[in-house]
Every structure is written in structure tokens, then in C-alpha cells.
Design a protein around this ligand. Structure first.
Ligand code: AGP
Length: 614
């Protein structure tokens, strides 16, 4: 993951780099660093931990460093070497004149390191990145041309990278390149910016160039030259970013996660307003670029995703199979890409990703595209790599999600799957119209129901208080809410570090039941419908082993009080649509438990919002 920024121009460099890094903190936050020119030398400052530590380090010399004319910065999510000051970027060559920041993984770094060590390079860190600094410096010694050095070095590198390179003797110049990692160049008046993502530069400029794989750009204040990997000159494709400069605020909430949970009713409303003009009207999904005939011919859908997006995909499978009778396979992207998958031109491959930058999912959709499948991407980032690779792009428009634990983007992905399933079903014309109209009616009133849950969150807070000392948690459900159990458990794990696991309730007796005793809370997702009685029986089995029982239910059955120690009540909802509602109390439960435990809710340890490495 990691975030990188660069600036060359007359504005205060350090302010731009630090501000840019703060906007990229979602990409990693275990250490950070900057390098700028100062008194004809390149000076590097690095700090372990949050960005604030780097700010504190620089504070005494901030004014002086701000007079620099070019610089690069990095915020890290460790892949090679623990998160300490030495492993933090920027990294430099032996003499310290050439300095780089890197996002990605250098797969052949061991071979390169051996070769470079034999050439006299001295390694200080445990990172893969340092080999690149030495390698480019080595090539610079040979060619005395920084872009040529970068071009030659990258020919020897295997892996993924976005790189910013500066050299003490090549004044006011940043050389940048990338392969399978995002990098954007911002164009200002007599200045250039570079960053892993738009938020780092949008407050300064809307004119930008998205660098493509293997391109090399040479940036000075007044010029931007673009080359292919063999240094043939290219014409940059300048775009106007469809973004507004934004200051992200918690709006009075203690954490971004809590704010984002509260935004969910509006997120659902927004998506529906665009696509669902009336419950008797067909869904409008002009974004789907398959013709009606192609949609009717679909014989299979494969959905690839990771983490929370994978759970949204599981609900998607259920709903598409229910409404469209098309077989749907859901697979973690990281598994999909390392096996032979059977796809053809009648297979639709759907990539789901909040960030649109998840490395495994990008690889998965690219592999399927090579097999001629149509690629539909469901993402919250319509400017992302995945969105650019898509044949059909379904943006979920949840707005920027800051909290590393995904909440509103999940609900938005769910709603998108419902709309897609109804859209396909309407084109197929096989499903009876009333069923589809009923689902649409239910979707339209969902925002109010979510608001009712949010209005009674004290009950969930009380539940969190009661169980926050548990070291383990089990979530059980069946049918369409099995994915909700997985997602609820993932939320709790991510932000509280409690060992939480989701199971299909029927599987409990096939092993996990051995763990049950009076110390273990079992949360049953008990929504009215086809599997209600089944889950009730499975809950009885758990109760008989003395587990502490929690129900999440829309049922009014008073008898539940005998079986359950705690009941979280949600409004009545149709079973098929219930995952959009039932996840909300589980997000809140995870939030309040983590908050009671004093955890860093928005930036949990070891995680990053955008996972750009395999
Ligand atoms: C969600 O809370 C997690 N941060 C994580 O599981 C995430 O969903 C996963 O890394 C996939 O990310 P994506 O949706 O951006 O592809």
C-alpha cells in the first residue's frame, strides 16, 4: 500500500508534502518521511508511527525546509521490514544524493540486493525498496541521466511500483514511473505535483495526468515530459479531475467510522434516487454496457473481491441467483488468480472494490478480460485503476470513506447488487413483476428503517458494554444473512482485535460447538423468513452449551427473552432485503466495543484502506 507525494515549484514544499501525506493516511500509517533539497543537499526526515510524529520532528526546522524547491514524501504500510525509522521511506543510495519513495513490492529484491552488494552498495534497511535506490544510483553513475537511469533500472525490476526519484545534482526535477500501482501527476502554474491518489493534490489543481504502466515522466516546475519505457517521447493525456477540493470533517462525531455509519440512510437514498425512478418503473442502469441480448445469453457470473467487498459479493450471489437464476460464483480475488478458472464470452465477471485499487482484484479482472469476459466493476472510486479497466462501471457513490473499516461503502455495494439483479431480471422477463416491485418498495423504505436503528443505538451501546471484555465472539446466521455474520465478525476483528468468527448456523454442531461455554457470546442473526426456525434451533443448541446468547432480530416474539441474554431489535424487513438492514447494528456493536476498549477505531493497527500489494 503506502502513499507517495512529490512537489516541484515555488510553494512551501514541506507544507504540500505533509498535507498530501495526511490525505493519503488511509493507505498506511506505520511510519512516514520526506526528502527535500536544502542548502544544495538532499535532506531526509523520517519518523516511526503516525504522521504527527514526523510533523513534530520537522517542527523546529519547518520554516527553513519550506524554502526548498522540490521534495518527495511517503507514508508507509510495511511489507518488508518492521515499521521503524530505518525502514521508513525515503531511501537513498550510498552517498545519499539519490533519494526515492516507493509504493509496491519489488519481487526480485533479494537477487538485486546480492548483485548490488557485490558492487559495493551498503544496505541500511530491511526493505525491498532500498535495492531500487541503489540500482537507479548505479545506473545514474553509468549514464549520468536520471530518466535513463530510471528506465534502465526498471527493466531489471520485477514486481509492482510507483516511484518518485530525486537527485541532488539534478536540481528541481522529479522523475516518476509506475507499474501496477497508481500514480497521478498534477499540473499547476509553474509547478508539478505527484501523488498516489487525487485527494493529495486536488486542493491545488484539477489538471492532471494519470500515469500509465511503464511510462516515465520528468517533472520540473515548468515542464512535464512523458516517455515510454524505452524513452520514446509521448504526448501526455491531460484530464480535468471531476473532484471538488474537500476538507474531511467528522461533523461532530467522535470517529469517522461512526459518522460514516450514520451516513448510510443517505447513501442508500442517493443510489436509489439515481436509478429507481418509481417502483413500477424498470431500473435504469445505463452503466451496464452489455446489450439486452448479451445479458440474456449470460450463462455464468463470477464475482471477485476481497474482505468486506467479498461479503457484499456473497449477498450479491444470493440475490442474483434468486432473481435471475444465473449461477454465480464468488471467490476471493487472491484465490481466483492462482487457479484455472473457466470463463468465456458469455461469462460476466464482476469486480467489487471500495477503493478500486486492490491489487488482487485488479489482477483477477485483468485475467478475465484476457479471456474475453465482460468486466463489470462496482466501486466507490470511479477514477480508480479498476474503474479504468472496466467494460461497465457501476459507481456506488457512497462518498469518501475515511475509516479503514468499511461501512457505508459496503451498504452501497449491497444496494448496487440489488439494482443490478433486478435490472437483469427485468431484461430477462422471467421473474414475476410483483416480486420485483415488492423488492423495490422495500428498498425505498430502507433508509427510514436504518434511521430507526441509529435512533435507538443506546441499546447496542449497552450490549457492547456488557460484552466488551469477551476475548472471542461467534456470529451465526443462515441463508442470505450468512454474509452478514461474516461481515459483522470482520468489523469486530478489525477494530477491536477480538477474535470473532462468522459461521453458517447449521455448521456450529460440526465442530465450533466444542468451543462454547459461559464465556463465549454467540450472536444469532435471526431475521424473519425461510430460515428463522432453523436458526432458532441452532441458537437453542448453543444455549444448551451455556453460551451467552445475543439475538439480532426483527421478530416480536416475547419467548425470545427466555433464550437470549440480550436482544438487539431491528424494524421488520423482507428477508431478501434484510442484509442491508441487519449489518447496521453489527457495525455499531463493533464500533462501541472498540471504543470502550480505547482502540484506534479509524486507523486500526496493521491495516490500510487500500491494499495495493498482493
Ligand atoms: C474492510 O473493512 C477492510 N478494510 C478490508 O477487508 C477491505 O474490504 C478489503 O481490503 C478490500 O478492499 P476494497 O474493497 O477496497 O477492494
Amino acid at each position: 500500500m503506502c502513499g507517495i507525494v512529490g512537489y516541484v515549484g515555488e510553494k512551501p514544499v514541506v507544507d504540500i508534502l505533509l498535507e498530501g501525506l495526511s490525505k493519503l493516511e488511509y493507505r498506511g500509517y506505520d511510519s512516514s518521511g520526506i526528502a527535500v533539497n536544502c542548502d544544495d543537499k538532499i535532506e531526509t526526515y523520517k519518523a516511526k508511527g503516525k504522521l504527527q510524529n514526523l510533523r513534530n520532528l520537522i517542527e523546529p526546522i519547518h520554516g527553513k525546509l519550506n524554502k526548498s524547491s522540490y521534495g518527495i514524501g511517503h507514508i508507509r504500510w510495511a511489507t518488508h521490514g518492521s515499521p521503524n525509522e530505518i525502514n521508513a521511506h525515503p531511501h537513498s543510495c550510498n552517498c545519499g544524493k539519490l533519494v526515492i519513495v516507493h509504493n509496491g513490492i519489488i519481487e526480485n529484491f533479494k537477487q538485486l540486493k546480492e548483485m548490488l552488494t557485490n558492487c559495493g552498495c551498503e544496505f541500511r534497511s530491511q526493505t525491498d525498496t532500498e535495492t531500487v535506490a541503489h540500482l537507479i544510483a548505479h545506473k545514474f553513475g553509468e549514464y549520468n541521466d536520471l530518466k535513463k537511469a530510471v528506465s534502465e533500472a526498471t527493466k531489471q525490476i520485477e514486481g509492482t511500483y510507483a516511484l518518485c526519484v530525486i537527485h541532488q545534482d539534478v536540481k528541481d526535477t522529479i522523475v516518476v514511473t509506475k507499474r501496477n500501482a497508481p500514480l497521478i501527476i498534477g499540473i499547476g502554474e509553474n509547478e508539478h505535483y505527484v501523488a498516489s491518489d487525487v485527494p493529495a493534490i486536488i486542493q491545488y489543481t484539477k489538471k492532471a495526468v494519470y500515469l500509465e504502466d511503464n511510462q516515465i515522466a520528468v517533472l520540473t516546475p515548468s515542464t512535464m515530459e512523458l516517455f515510454d519505457k524505452n524513452l520514446n517521447k509521448l504526448e501526455p493525456k491531460v484530464e480535468i479531475l471531476p473532484w471538488e477540493s474537500m476538507s474531511l470533517s467528522k461533523m461532530g462525531f467522535k470517529h469517522f467510522m461512526l459518522k460514516e455509519i450514520h451516513e448510510q440512510p443517505d447513501v442508500v437514498r442517493n443510489i436509489l434516487t439515481d436509478k429507481l425512478t418509481g417502483c413500477d418503473e424498470p431500473i435504469q442502469l445505463n452503466e451496464v454496457k452489455l446489450t439486452k441480448d448479451e445479458l440474456k445469453k449470460l450463462n455464468r457470473i463470477q464475482v471477485v473481491a476481497c474482505g468486506t467487498s467479498l461479503h457484499a459479493a456473497m449477498v450479491g450471489k444470493y440475490i442474483i441467483e434468486s432473481l435471475c437464476s444465473i449461477p454465480v460464483d464468488v471467490e476471493p480475488s487472491s484465490e481466483y488468480i492462482y487457479r484455472k478458472t473457466v470463463t468465456d464470452e458469455n461469462t460476466l465477471v464482476i469486480g467489487v472494490s471500495q477503493s478500486g485499487e486492490t491489487a488482487d482484484t485488479i489482477t483477477a479482472i485483468r485475467q478475465s478480460k484476457a479471456r474475453n469476459s465482460h468486466i463489470l466493476v462496482i466501486t466507490n472510486r470511479p477514477d480508480s485503476t479498476m474503474a479504468r479497466d472496466a467494460d461497465s462501471l457501476l459507481p456506488v457513490n457512497a462518498g469518501i470513506e475515511v475509516s479503514v473499516a468499511a461501512t457505508k461503502s459496503y451498504v452501497a455495494q449491497l444496494v448496487s447488487f440489488y439494482l443490478l439483479a433486478i435490472y437483469i431480471a427485468e431484461i430477462q422477463g422471467k421473474m414475476d413483476k410483483d416480486t420485483l416491485t415488492n423488492i423495490k418498495n422495500e428498498l425505498v423504505i430502507l433508509p427510514q428503517k436504518i434511521e430507526m436503528i441509529l435512533a435507538h443505538k443506546e441499546n447496542i451501546q449497552a450490549c457492547a458494554r456488557m460484552y466488551s471484555n469477551s476475548r472471542n465472539f461467534i456470529y451465526i446466521a443462515r441463508g442470505i444473512n450468512y454474509a452478514t455474520a461474516l461481515e459483522g465478525a470482520l468489523k469486530l476483528k478489525e477494530i477491536s482485535y477480538i477474535n470473532a468468527t462468522g459461521y453458517p448456523a447449521g455448521e456450529l454442531k460440526h465442530g465450533p460447538i466444542a468451543m462454547l461455554d459461559e464465556t463465549l457470546p454467540v450472536l444469532s442473526i435471526l431475521m424473519s423468513g425461510m430460515v428463522y426456525d432453523k436458526i432458532l434451533s441452532n441458537s437453542e443448541e448453543a444455549k444448551a452449551r451455556n453460551a451467552k446468547m445475543i439475538a439480532l432480530t426483527d421478530s416480536d416474539d416475547e419467548n425470545l427473552k427466555e433464550l437470549f441474554d440480550f436482544i438487539i431489535k431491528v424494524p421488520k424487513v423482507q428477508e431478501l432485503v434484510s442484509p442491508i438492514l441487519s449489518i447496521v447494528p453489527l457495525q455499531l456493536l463493533a464500533y462501541y466495543i472498540a471504543e470502550f476498549l480505547g482502540k484506534d477505531v479509524d486507523q486500526p493497527r496493521n491495516l490500510a484502506k487500500s491494499v495495493t500489494v498482493e
